[in-house]
Design a protein around this ligand. Structure first.
Ligand code: CA
Length: 445
């Protein structure tokens, strides 16, 4: 049957209209669902905050401080890596699909290859700015160095690495970010404690709610202290009565000096020596638990780069081998100060970065590594994590199963390579990962 053209158009319009009502209705339902869910979670969050009172009181927080800061505090839904409750509360609305989807990472992160961390241009520009900061804050830095026995160049390098000397935006209200992490972050117990300490900082008047800004992970001020770091190490260096790591550069830098000093920094010691390894050196000998006196490394053929001698008086000092890219990159003998830098941020490349920039600042010269970062494969983190799980199941020590190649994973890789007669690298490769995963799935069959 043919339909008159005019009527057809009429029906068509009606259809479009009905469809749009349907779609709008659908979209509206989704919006309502999200709003109801969030409302239920916020309600549970405010109950959770109230439940914090006994801990806060025990930590010396006054009721007035508690109420003034936590009453009406809202969750920050914009933080990454949240673990949204499902359901919102017992018997409450389920987690809407649209929110669950938003929380999924858009791509599987690759793990960062060390070379990407050490871009020559970025290092040089950080060191250049670092040197101008050394001049600008010369007297204060000299006083900080004297008091804490930590080189100013190291403190300035940390300042540069953490916040680009304060140029990186700190977009979050620290209290809200920390409370959100405590309520529905990846490490809730840790941040629940941090929240109580954050209240203490506010109560003591070192910052106000307006000035107490942080990164999404709750790290605050020029050199990125968590509240507990603040509590343990922050100092008032400019003498105004406040420990102000957010807007007083002397306070922030002295606090960093104090943190390194208090955690065991040895003022008579460097952080690492770049070294050259003999051909086919056994890279499974890396890691802080395999420390040896420098003299023993020398016996094994390890030498400083550029034919520099090791300082005579340090030959008996324990040092350990760090190979962030296995045998495919520069090699370092690290001292106890390297381990102190890792307390700031638990990563070999972080400690090398900070130490290296400090060297560049102090030498007032570009100081490229002598070893080269050779091309390495980029593997997905979840693949490395599966690989680690298999290694753990067969009794190997890989450290944390996190999809990253820390020193324990790197040396276990070396052992597996030796076992299979593969060229020794101590660095993840798809050849080894595939071989290990394939064996595991064959064994499971
Ligand atoms: Ca101060």
């Amino acid at each position: 049957m043919t339909m008159p053209r005019r009527e057809f158009r009429h029906v068509g319009l009606a259809f479009v209209f009905a469809l749009s009502v349907l779609l709008t209705g659908h979209a509206q339902a989704a919006v309502d669902e999200v709003a109801a869910y969030k409302q239920a979670v916020e309600k549970r969050f405010s109950e959770w905050l109230q439940g914090l009172w006994p801990e806060a009181e025990a930590a010396g927080i006054k009721r007035a401080t508690f109420d003034a800061n936590l009453k009406g505090l809202k969750l920050d839904w914009s933080l990454p890596h949240l673990v949204l409750p499902d359901p919102a509360a017992p018997g409450g609305p389920a987690l809407p699909q649209v929110l669950a989807d938003q929380m999924k990472p858009t791509h599987q992160p690759e793990f960062d290859v060390p070379a990407g961390y050490f871009k020559e241009g970025a290092l040089s520009s950080l060191a250049a700015t670092g040197r101008s900061k050394m001049n600008q804050w010369g007297p204060q830095l000299a006083a900080i160095q004297r008091q804490y026995n930590v080189p100013a160049s190291v403190i300035v390098a940390i300042w540069g690495r953490e916040t680009g000397f304060g140029t990186v935006d700190m977009p979050f209200d620290a209290l809200s970010a920390i409370a959100t992490q405590g309520f529905m972050g990846q490490r809730p117990d840790e941040f629940r404690k941090q929240l109580v300490v954050a209240l203490k900082i506010l109560q003591e008047g070192h910052a106000t709610r307006a000035t107490m800004r942080s990164s999404w992970a709750g790290a605050m001020g020029y050199t990125q202290f968590l509240p507990s770091d603040f509590d343990n190490y922050a100092v008032d260096f400019d003498g105004d009565g406040k420990r102000d790591i957010w807007s007083s550069i002397p306070d922030a830098l002295a606090s960093t000096g104090n943190s390194l000093h208090s955690q065991g920094w040895d003022g008579a010691q460097t952080w690492f020596y770049e070294v050259k390894l003999p051909e086919k050196f056994d890279c499974t000998q890396q890691g802080p638990d395999l420390a040896r006196p420098i003299s023993e490394w020398v016996k094994l053929g390890v030498a400083r780069v550029k034919d520099r001698p090791f300082p005579e008086e340090k030959l008996g000092d324990p040092t350990f081998l760090v190979l962030p890219a296995g045998l495919k990159g520069p090699a370092f003998l690290a001292t106890s100060n390297f381990s102190v830098l890792k307390l700031y941020n638990n990563s070999d490349v972080y400690a090398i970065f900070v130490g290296h920039v400090a060297d560049m600042i102090a030498a007032n010269a570009p100081a490229a590594f002598v070893g080269t970062w050779q091309p390495v494969e980029r593997l997905a983190r979840d693949r490395i994590q599966r690989f680690q799980e298999v290694l753990v199941a067969q009794g190997d020590d890989v450290g944390k199963v996190d999809g990253l190649a820390g020193f324990k994973t790197r040396r276990t890789i070396g052992l597996e390579e030796q076992k299979r007669g593969l060229p020794l690298s101590c660095y993840p490769s798809s050849a080894l990962v595939d071989a290990v995963l394939k064996e595991a799935s064959a064994a499971a069959r």
